[in-house]
Design a protein around this ligand. Structure first.
Ligand code: GLN
Length: 278
């Protein structure tokens, strides 16, 4: 079978399970062969080997069972950087890149600052900050053993020097408070958990479910603000598209000021930032 024939076959099979079959077909062929994106086009008449076809068949079978493409490929890009992902860790989302943009703005031309990334998962947020901001002293905190193993792999993969702590943020007592806290906590509500896409349901519940109303972790961040953050320091959290009002209210009534909401590229409310008042 040629590359072109394989691609067409994959597209027709993937269109049953995916909204972007052509994209996924190309990603799977790239994964199974040594071709890159352009080679798929200029080598479209090249024949695939038996072992390449076997790999593609296995990928397709997993994908048809609803396994996310990112888990099948084992690696995904976030903020232009590679991250190892797989069962047991949340896949970094493009929506979260907004939070990195805001941190970079915050750190641009600033002196050295300490930054705490809570609920780090794969480490995508904290590692991206460490990679892009030389003046950030980054600590990543993650509770899940499985996620933490990805996080450690991703630190090495990206060659950053950071501090990684495996701990539960409900109990963890940091030695010192940070200048900046970032967090993409689980924020999906109980109701939304039922309606998640099949692929998202394969991601760890612990990384998604934010309690009945989705706000459990924001309440904790407010309650423990002085354990994590210096007075005058800034917190930036990712939120669900419908949570801006509730999260702003929580911060405003918990000793934070300058509470701001930022929209992602889709136009959804995605990040809330706030400064811990004197
Ligand atoms: N943004 C993710 C989603 O919509 C949720 C991640 C989270 O709960 N932090 O699937």
């Amino acid at each position: 079978m040629t590359v072109k024939e394989q691609k067409e076959l994959l597209i027709s099979e993937l269109s049953l399970v995916s909204d972007s079959p052509a994209f996924e077909a190309a990603e799977i062929i790239i994964f199974a062969t040594d071709l890159d994106r352009s080679a798929i086009l200029y080598k479209q008449n090249e024949r695939l080997s038996a072992s390449q076809r076997r790999t593609i068949k296995k990928c397709l079978a997993k994908r048809k069972k609803g396994v996310p493409l990112q888990y099948i490929l084992g690696e995904w890009e976030f903020y232009g950087l590679p991250f190892k992902v797989g069962k047991g860790v949340l896949i970094p989302r493009q929506d979260s890149e907004l939070l990195i943009d805001l941190v970079i703005e915050e750190l641009y031309q600033a002196e050295e600052k300490s930054l705490l990334d809570l609920c780090s998962g794969s480490g995508a947020l904290g590692i991206a900050v460490a990679k892009k901001c030389r003046n950030a002293r980054v600590t990543l905190v993650e509770k899940s053993r499985k996620a933490f193993s990805y996080l450690k792999e991703n630190i090495i993969l990206n060659g950053v020097t950071v501090n990684a702590v495996r701990a539960d943020i409900f109990k963890w007592a940091p030695k010192e408070t940070a200048d900046i806290v970032i967090c993409n906590p689980p924020y999906i509500t109980k109701q939304e958990m039922h309606d998640l896409q099949k692929e998202v349901k394969m991601e760890p519940t612990a990384a998604l479910f934010g309690g009945k109303d989705g706000l459990r972790f924001y309440r904790l961040l407010c309650r423990r603000a002085h354990d994590f953050l210096k007075v005058g320091g800034k917190i930036l959290v990712e939120i669900g598209y419908a949570q801006a009002e509730d999260v702003c209210q929580l911060f405003s009534s918990s000793g934070f000021e300058q509470v701001e909401v930022f929209k992602d590229l889709q136009g959804n409310d995605r990040v809330v930032s706030a400064v811990l008042a004197e």
